[in-house]
Design a protein around this ligand. Structure first.
Ligand SMILES: Cc1cc2nc3c(=O)[nH]c(=O)nc-3n(C[C@H](O)[C@H](O)[C@H](O)COP(=O)(O)O)c2cc1C
Length: 190
């Protein structure tokens, strides 16, 4: 079976650096032989989580659709921007809503193997946000998250016109993480 890997960024901003890293990762994953599915959280619009609304109306359809996309994957590569040393509300809210979906085939967090990317204009490349994302996925939701991750600092200048990373060392880290993700996800694909 083809190894399906879902890729997405925690930003829907036009020209988002995390979106660039996600797009590059999807390209690299496809080159490595995986079936890469790049999705945008813009296609899964969700209100800020409110328990009263959930009790009254249930979980919104976009959260169920996102849950099914993730649960159907063998691997997930998620790229987080950094907001005040943490992950942005768009990403946290999407994860929180998905975690509230009951039933359905598979498990969006424990089914696929997860790997993390992060980016920011600063020198630390969103590293602090990656820690929070790892905590939420692994400690909060029981996901297997690869120890290796890809971090892109100075993100405003990091990509060339083709979307590739200019710095070969950073590009090598990304390829390394993605290679491990393909291998681990491939085991799940059977
Ligand atoms: C509310 C807010 C908080 C931010 N906090 C940080 C931060 O803690 N560290 C950092 O490196 N960049 C921070 N930034 C800058 C973002 O990294 C920058 O806006 C980045 O372009 C957002 O990611 P994106 O390009 O993927 O949309 C912050 C931006 C916003 C809007």
């Amino acid at each position: 079976m083809a190894t399906r890997i879902v890729v997405f960024a925690g930003s829907i901003r036009t020209g988002a650096f995390s979106g660039k890293l996600a797009a590059l990762a999807a390209k690299e994953l496809a080159a490595a032989g995986a079936e890469a599915e790049l999705l945008s959280l813009a296609d899964y619009p969700l209100p800020i989580y409110n328990g009263d609304e959930e009790a009254a109306d249930g979980v919104p359809a976009p959260a169920k659709a996102l849950r099914d996309r993730l649960a159907g994957a063998h691997g997930v590569f998620v790229v987080t921007p950094e907001y005040n040393a943490g992950i942005p509300p768009l990403l946290k809210n999407a994860i929180d809503w998905v975690s509230r979906v009951k039933g359905g085939e598979g498990d969006p967090f424990k089914g696929p193997v997860w790997a993390i990317g992060c980016s920011s204009p600063g020198a630390m490349g969103g590293y602090r946000a990656s820690i929070m994302l790892r905590q939420t996925l692994a400690l909060g939701l029981g996901a297997l998250v690869l120890g290796d991750q890809a971090s892109v600092g100075g993100a405003g200048q990091a990509f060339d016109d083709t979307g590739a990373l200019k710095d070969e060392r950073t590009a090598g880290f990304l390829r390394g993480v993605l290679g491990k993700l393909v291998a681990e996800a491939g085991r799940r694909a059977g």
